[in-house]
Every structure is written in structure tokens, then in C-alpha cells.
Design a binder for this molecule. Structure first.
Ligand SMILES: NC(=O)C1=CN([C@@H]2O[C@H](COP(=O)(O)OP(=O)(O)OC[C@H]3O[C@@H](n4cnc5c(N)ncnc54)[C@H](O)[C@@H]3O)[C@@H](O)[C@H]2O)C=CC1
Ligand SMILES: O=C(O)C(=O)COP(=O)(O)O
Length: 598
């Protein structure tokens, strides 16, 4: 969606149901909204924040089978298109008509998908945990939020891990196939016991810890490796966290439960298999890519790995795979999350997250955007509006042709630095700085990326004030350095364009321009004039505007000293014509003036 200088901001504060929204004149059917409290709420107490362009009734494409309860929930809010087994080309064609896309692990949401969406796609919902099938960088670059459903299938995946562990140890799959083939091979399928054996859980997250808990119930000695897991959580269920090498060297069984990332890609390979106990048994319900599959075949052939039980594969479904055909391998077709209960749970979890996001809330399961707790959001709301407006004002003060590269934002606050999360404010300042001068659509997801891409450096500074930390901020100051200004009085003594604002009675105010103190509510538009301080100036400007029926909402004069220079800031509800602005400029005492749309 294109943004424009004609963007207006509607700021409504109803006592019990506050909301804050952005509306673009370019697309009357769409709106960006920020809501601390929203009409459609999920059952969970997730933090919420709104960042999206949303149509009257959005369209959600469900590209893989989703539990009915989730589909029904989506239908209450959106037009739902359930189209399964789309080819990549079909997906790219359909996506330009969709506001949200829901997938499981079987759909690649590639860069082409985001590019093909033409900016309409605002949310990708992953109905499950692993987001390795979604190009997150491309999503972020396109301002598209990615949410997942990280909790509803945990138990199902853990149970499947245990099912594979026990089935492998007792050759269940192979024995079943042989009985069905008319054989009765009691000696061939002698298994191994689990009790007293060491299980290394690799990745001690949600699934890993549930597997550990269950394995302890089976009498196994459980160790775990996870560089990021807290030791006390492991200790609480009687599991010792150990190094990677120690885990793989001492395990009789290894169960993989980490995400597929560049760091975990092929983490089990020829070198690491060589460090394992001969006869180790491996379970993988994480991602196929964490194992070098060719190396696993070699390790199985060499007897280093006695057996493997695999639910996931590098390519799914696997094609002509020696690994799958190996007699010591038990394979399932990515069934970890496939229980009725998990699928219903996942469907509801993802539908709530997607509806919430489309409805203007940021789900707690956002993968590529910061989460702002509801209470923080409601406190920051007026400052969010102030931040965007200051960015918008500052950039309009830049003389044409001066590229904006370096911006310093100073937050004046009596709160301790840890008590003020500025990501949201920074994103809104970035939005204000970029949207008036480009066709970019900036939101909380893509703000930092868009700034970086445009070579815009935003440095943040805290000015720690004495006083009551009751309100999160006293002022926000935005300075743009190394540029010329079309309104020289906006330059500070050190040569930067400087605007500063505060929130007064919940309304953003402009309180400083350059070195001049002013006080004008940031609503409508503003005319800034520098003039020789003398009687009658307000009347002269006021009468030019009144001749055109332009309503003056606020007026404030800041001066250095009586009868010297003064800055007059005039808030206007309507846009004055060029002719009347010209007449203001022709008033003899007026030295310079600028008209700014907020
Ligand atoms: N087969 C299936 O159908 C299912 C597969 N999964 C997969 O299971 C895996 C785990 O899922 P959850 O437990 O829900 O995720 P999680 O995020 O709760 O846990 C992952 C853990 O891996 C750890 N980790 C990250 N890098 C690591 C490394 N280099 N070495 C060791 N540990 C590392 C993290 O610190 C985290 O504790 C994911 O890959 C997910 O996609 C999850 C559900 C179903
Ligand atoms: O949640 C996960 O990570 C899974 O692997 C589950 O995949 P699925 O949704 O069953 O395609």
C-alpha cells in the first residue's frame, strides 16, 4: 500500500474502549490501526498491538488442512478460501487477493509469495511451531507479520517422539510388516530395553522437556543439551544439561528437538556420528535438515547408529531415499503434530492469532515483530501518536534535495532505562520520517528494515530527568543532522533540524522548534512563521485565514525577547490555498514561513 502526505490520523479516546488508528486517503477501504483494547478478543490474555492495513472484510487463504474449529473461527471474521495442494505458481497467483495466509509445514512461503502479494498480504499464520518453511526475511521486508501456534501441538509431538522411541526399541514397525507378510520372526525382532538407558534430549524446549519428562517415567536416565535452556528448568524435572559433545558421546538414545536454523543445519553429520557410542539409536521429530541424511545412512551401514526413527526429512515427502528404505529405519510421514486434539488446538490457536492481527492486534506469537504488552501499549499510546507526528513534521522541514541520513531521537523520561521500551516509538518516528517522502508503507514489522534499507540511521538517546516516573515520557525530541531546512528557524544552535513534543492531557503537542519554545496541539496542520515580534501579527495572519474560512485551532508564539524574533505556530483545521499562504509570506514582518501537514 502506498502512503502519502495526505495521511490523516484519527485519535479517539473513549474511556472504556480506547483505540488509535491511521487512515490513508489513498485507499478508503483500508486502515492501519493501533488498539489497546479491541472488539474481537481471543480467550487468552495475550499482549496486543495493531499495525495493519485491513480491508472491510479480509480474505484468508488456508493452504493446508486446518481443524474445523479454527476455520469456523476465521469465517466469523473473514472470507475464507480453503485451497489445498496449490502449486507454488497457483499460490503466487492467489496470494494477491489475500490479506492472510495460513499454512502448515507443507507449503513453502517463499520470497516470491510475498513479492506476488503486491503488498496485500499482511499476516502469515503457521499452524504449528516450525517456521523454517516461511522466508522470514522476505516477510519482514514486505511488512508482513508472521505468527505461529507454538503450544498446541507440543504434547502431540512429544508423544510421537516417545512412540517412535519405544517402537524403534522393540522393532514394532518391522515386526508388524513381517507378520502381515505371513512371517513369524520371534528371534529376529528381539529388541532393547529402555529402563536405565541414557537418553540425550537435544533441544530442551517445549517438546524436548515433555519428552524428557515422559522418558523419566519409563525409567531412563535423561540428559539434555540446549545452549539457551535455563538450568533450573532442567533441574526441576531431574535432567542434567550437558555440552553437545558430552550428550552425544554418552547417550544410548538421542532424541532431536531443536529448530532448524543455520546453526543446527546438519548438526548430526559424519564427524558427530563418529563421536557417538557404537549402537546409538536416534529419534528425530524435529526437522529432517538437522541430520545429514547421507551421513546417517553411512553411520547405519557402519553400525555406529543401530537404528533411527524419523518423522521428518530434508525433502518431504522423501524421494528415492536410501535412508527411508534402510531396514533399521522406522519412518512416519511428519505425523508429530497429527492428533485430533493437537490439530483442533493448533487451528484455534492460529485462527485467533491471525484474526487478532487482522483486527489490529499483535499476537503474543508474533515471530518477526516485537511484542508490546497491553498495559505498556495503553500507557504509550499518546506518545506513539506524538512520535509519528514529530517524525512527520521533522522530515517536512528538510529542504528539497537534502537526503535524510542521520536522525537522533532523545526521550526525556524520569523512568529507569529498563522501564521504557522504545521500539514502538522508534518504529513510529521511522514511519513519520519515511512515509511523507516515499511510497513505502512502514509498520512495526518493517520499520527498522526500511530505515536500514534507505540508509537512515536512527540513534536513540535517553535524557534521564528528575521527577515523577509516573508518566513514561516527558518529551520526545527528533533531530535531523547534516541537512538544510526550508525553515531556517527550525535549526538548533548546533545546526540540526530540531522538533520536540510532549503529551498534554492525552494530546500530542509540539513544544519546541529549533531553539524556539511553542505550544501547539498536533492536530490538523500547522503553519510556522518567523516574524519580527510586533503588535498585530496574529490578527493579520488570522484575518487572511478567516477570509478563506480556514479555522485556526491553536496558536502559540515563542520569542527570544520582546520585539525581536518570534515563531508563531498556528494550527489549522483546513488546508489554506497557495494564494493565502503566499499572502502570509508577503506580510512585511514575516521573515519565513512553512506549512506542514501532520
Ligand atoms: N514433527 C512434528 O510434527 C513437529 C515438529 N516440531 C519441531 O520440534 C522442534 C521443537 O519444537 P518446540 O519444542 O515446540 O520448540 P521450542 O522453541 O520450544 O524448543 C526448541 C529448543 O531448541 C533449543 N535450541 C536452539 N538451538 C539449539 C542448538 N543448536 N542445540 C540445542 N538446542 C537448541 C532452543 O533453545 C529451544 O529450547 C521444532 O523444530 C519444531 O519445528 C514441533 C512440533 C511438531
Ligand atoms: O509444528 C511443527 O513444527 C510441525 O512440524 C508440525 O507440522 P504440521 O503442521 O503437522 O505440518
Amino acid at each position: 500500500m502506498a502512503a502519502s502526505a495526505s495521511t490523516t490520523i484519527n485519535f479517539s479516546t473513549k474511556p472504556s474502549h480506547t483505540s488509535l488508528s491511521w487512515k490513508s486517503h489513498l485507499s478508503s477501504s483500508s486502515a492501519f490501526a493501533v488498539a489497546a483494547d479491541s472488539p474481537i478478543r481471543s480467550h487468552r490474555q495475550y499482549p496486543r498491538f495493531v499495525i495493519f492495513a485491513m480491508r472491510a472484510k479480509p480474505t484468508v487463504l488456508v493452504a493446508e488442512k486446518l481443524g474445523e474449529a479454527g476455520v469456523n473461527l476465521l469465517k466469523e471474521f473473514a472470507d475464507v478460501d480453503c485451497s489445498y495442494n496449490l502449486t507454488p505458481e497457483e499460490l503466487c497467483t492467489k496470494i494477491s487477493l489475500c490479506d492472510a495466509l495460513i499454512v502448515r509445514s507443507g507449503t513453502k512461503v517463499s520470497r516470491e509469495v510475498f513479492e506476488s502479494s503486491g503488498g496485500r498480504l499482511k499476516v502469515v499464520g503457521r499452524a504449528g511451531v516450525g517456521i523454517d518453511n516461511v522466508d522470514l526475511a522476505a516477510a519482514t521486508e514486505h511488512g508482513c507479520l508472521v505468527v505461529n501456534a507454538p503450544t498446541a501441538n507440543t504434547v502431540a509431538a512429544a508423544e510421537h517422539g516417545i512412540a517412535l522411541l519405544t517402537a524403534m526399541a522393540r522393532n514394532i514397525a518391522q515386526a508388524d510388516a513381517s507378520v502381515k507378510a505371513g512371517k513369524w520372526l520371534r528371534n529376529k525382532y528381539v529388541g532393547v530395553s529402555l529402563v536405565g538407558k541414557t537418553l540425550a534430549v537435544m533441544g530442551f524446549g517445549k517438546v524436548g522437556s515433555e519428552v524428557a519428562r515422559r522418558a523419566k517415567g519409563l525409567g531412563m536416565h535423561v540428559i539434555a543439551h540446549d545452549p539457551y535452556a535455563p538450568a533450573d528448568r532442567a533441574r526441576a524435572i531431574g535432567v542434567e544439561l550437558v555440552s553437545f559433545d558430552e550428550a552425544i558421546a554418552s547417550a544410548d538414545f538421542i532424541s532431536l528437538h531443536m529448530p532448524l536454523t543455520p546453526a543446527t543445519n546438519k548438526i548430526l553429520n559424519d564427524e558427530t556420528f563418529a563421536k557417538m557410542k557404537k549402537g546409538v539409536r536416534i529419534v528425530n521429530v524435529a526437522r529432517g535438515g538437522v541430520i545429514d541424511e547421507d551421513a546417517l545412512v553411512r553411520a547405519l551401514d557402519a553400525g555406529i547408529v543401530a537404528q533411527a526413527a524419523l518423522d521428518v526429512f530434508t525433502v518431504e515427502p522423501p524421494k528415492d531415499s536410501k535412508l527411508v528404505q534402510h531396514e533399521n529405519v522406522t519412518a512416519t510421514p511428519h505425523l508429530g503434530a497429527s492428533t485430533k486434539e493437537a490439530q483442533e488446538g493448533v487451528a484455534i490457536e492460529i485462527a485467533e492469532a491471525v484474526v487478532g492481527a487482522l483486527n489490529g492486534e499483535l499476537a503474543a506469537t508474533a515471530v518477526n515483530a516485537p511484542m508490546v504488552p497491553a498495559e505498556v501499549l495503553s500507557e504509550l499510546k499518546p506518545y506513539v501518536a506524538l512520535a509519528e507526528k514529530l517524525g512527520r513534521l521533522a522530515v517536512q522541514l528538510v529542504a528539497g534535495g537534502s537526503g535524510v541520513k542521520s536522525v537522533k531521537v532523545t526521550y526525556g523520561s524520569a523512568r529507569a532505562p529498563d522501564d521504557l521500551d522504545t521500539r514502538l516509538l522508534r518504529a513510529m518516528i521511522t514511519k513519520g520520517l519515511i512515509e511523507p517522502i516515499s511510497s513505502s508503507f512502514v509498520n512495526l514489522v518493517n520499520a527498522d528494515f526500511t530505515a536500514k534499507q534507505r540508509g537512515l540511521r536512527i540513534a536513540e538517546e535517553r535524557s534521564l530527568l528528575n521527577g515523577s516516573p509516573e508518566s513514561p515520557l516527558e518529551f520526545i525530541q527528533v533531530q535531523i543532522s547534516s541537512v538544510d531546512s526550508k525553515f531556517a528557524s527550525a535549526l538548533s544552535d548546533s545546526g540540526e533540524i530540531r522538533v520536540e513534543g510532549r503529551v498534554k492531557d492525552g494530546i500530542p503537542h509540539l513544544t519546541k522548534v529549533g531553539s524556539f519554545e511553542v505550544d501547539v496541539s498536533l492536530e490538523g496542520s500547522i503553519i510556522l512563521c518567523r516574524q519580527v515580534d510586533q503588535p498585530g501579527m496574529i490578527g493579520k495572519v488570522g484575518s487572511i485565514l478567516s477570509e478563506e474560512n480556514v479555522n485556526v485551532s491553536f496558536m502559540s508564539v515563542g520569542r527570544i525577547a520582546p520585539r525581536k524574533h518570534a515563531i508563531m505556530a498556528i494550527g489549522v483545521d483546513e488546508e489554506p490555498t497557495k494564494e493565502s499562504l503566499k499572502r502570509i509570506g508577503e506580510i512585511s514582518a514575516v521573515e519565513e514561513f512553512v506549512y506542514l501537514k501532520i
